[in-house]
Design a protein around this ligand. Sequence first.
Ligand SMILES: [Zn+2]
Ligand SMILES: [Zn+2]
Length: 271
Amino acid sequence: MTCPVDGRPLSNNATICPGCTETLDRALGDIDALLEDLDTALARQSKKRPARGNHPRDDKPLPYDLGASRAASELKAVLVGWARLVSEERGVPLTCRDTSQSISAWLMHHVHWLSRHDAAPDAYSEIVGAVNNIRRTIDIAPDTTYIGPCYAVVEGVECTETLWGIEGTDAATCRTCGTVWDAKARTLEALTHADKVAQTITVMTRSFAVKGIALDTRRLGKWVSRGYLHPHGTGDRNRPTYIVAHVARLVTLYNAGQKLTPWNTEQDTPA
Ligand SMILES: [Zn+2]
Ligand SMILES: [Zn+2]
C-alpha cells in the first residue's frame, strides 16, 4: 500500500505516509503565526486606502479584504469540520475555543489518530490546502496598491471594478474590462476626487509617497506663494492644511507641462 497523496510507502497502519502526516502537523502548527501575518497584511492594505468619502463607490470592501476574509473563514470551516469528526469518533470533548488558532492547537493532539483514519487523505488535502491558501493570500498583499475605480467606459457603461497597482509596474490592468492604465496617472486622477480630504503638507507627502508619487515640498511652497494653492484650514500643530484633490490636480498639470491655474471656485463646491 502506498500513500494516496504522494505515493510513498505507508507504515504503522496509517492511511497517509509519515511525510504527509508531518506536513499536516506542520500546517496546523503554522496557523497561529499565519493568521497573525494575515492581520498585518490586511492592516497594511487598509492604510493604502484613500480617506473615506472621496467617492461613494470607494465604500465597498476591497477585493483583497474579501479574498483574505474568505480564505480565513474557509480555513475555520475546515478546522471545525475535522475537529467535530475527531471529537465524535474518539468520544473526546471539544475543549477548544471557537477560533482557528485554538481549534488547530486542539487538532494537533489528534494528528496521529487522524493519519490512520480512512478520511486522512481528505483531511490532508483540505487542511493543507486551506493553510496554503492563507499563505498565498499573505504573499500577494505587499505587492498591490489600491488605485481607485476603473471608470473605463465600455459599450456605454462605466466600469466600476477596483484598479490595483502592482509595485514596480507602470501599467495597471483592469481585471474586468481589460483596460490598461498608466498606474501613476490613474493614482493621481483618483486623488483629484479627494476634494473633501484636507491634509498638512507633511501628512500629504507621506500619503502620496505610499501611492508611489513623490511630492516636492519646495514646489508646493511655491504654488502656495503664487496663489495656485490655498490653505483649507489648520491641522496638526496649527500647520495649514490643503485639499488633496487640489494638490493632485496641480501635480497632474505640472507633469503634463501645462499651465498651472488656481482651483476654480465652482469646482470647489461640487454638487
Ligand atoms: Zn504521503
Ligand atoms: Zn475596467
